[in-house]
Design a protein around this ligand. Sequence first.
Ligand code: HEC
Ligand code: HEC
Length: 166
Amino acid sequence: MLISGPGSTLTENKCNICHDLAHIRRAQLSRGEWADNVRNMKERGAPLTEEDAALIVEYLATYYNRDKPAPPPSPDTLAAGGDDPVQKLLNAGACNGCHSVDKRVVGPSFREIAAKYTGDGAAAERLAAKIRSGGQGVWGQLPMPPNPGLSDSDLKTLVVWVLGQK
Ligand code: HEC
Ligand code: HEC
């Protein structure tokens, strides 16, 4: 876990895909070096939009800066998705680390998923079970990890939202 602050959840989700977060905790970089580092990670394949990269650099330059001490931890309001309940769930479940609305990351895009199950009346129930238990083989051999902590109502919120992303 990284120090809690604006951008910490996004940074955790995006930066632990290939290696653990000790790489970040160990690094003592300046703001300019973090900007170079994040650009370098993007070149190595980190799935980052320009907006993600900017938020992450801002977060790292604030909380892991060689040149100035970190401020006290503060709530991660940006990455918590503000008041949007779906974004909060996507962030809490780290879904955004592997999925985006319109691009394949580790898993299929939410738009592809919605398109695949158009008109399939049984899809909602199946996808809820899949998100809770994890699984593989529908889109490829990469597994989706289980999310046993999601309540039935949170699962329903997520599935309805995903199936609406056509
Ligand atoms: C696509 C894979 C991938 C992702 C995603 C990724 N990294 Fe890396 N990272 C690497 C590789 C490969 C190395 C170099 C090999 C190693 O040290 O494990 C590395 C090394 C590092 C290092 C050590 C650099 C050094 O010179 O010792 C830091 C710091 C780092 N990453 C930060 C990040 C941050 C911050 C993010 C999120 C923006 C991130 N990484 C996301 C692949 C990735
Ligand atoms: C570590 C990466 C990872 C995370 C985190 C992740 N997923 Fe996935 N997800 C995948 C992969 C890989 C697949 C494709 C699995 C397959 O081929 O059956 C997938 C598939 C899916 C599918 C389609 C399932 C199907 O059978 O067609 C849905 C819906 C989905 N994910 C939603 C979510 C939601 C919601 C979250 C957050 C609670 C989440 N995922 C978190 C990697 C991930």
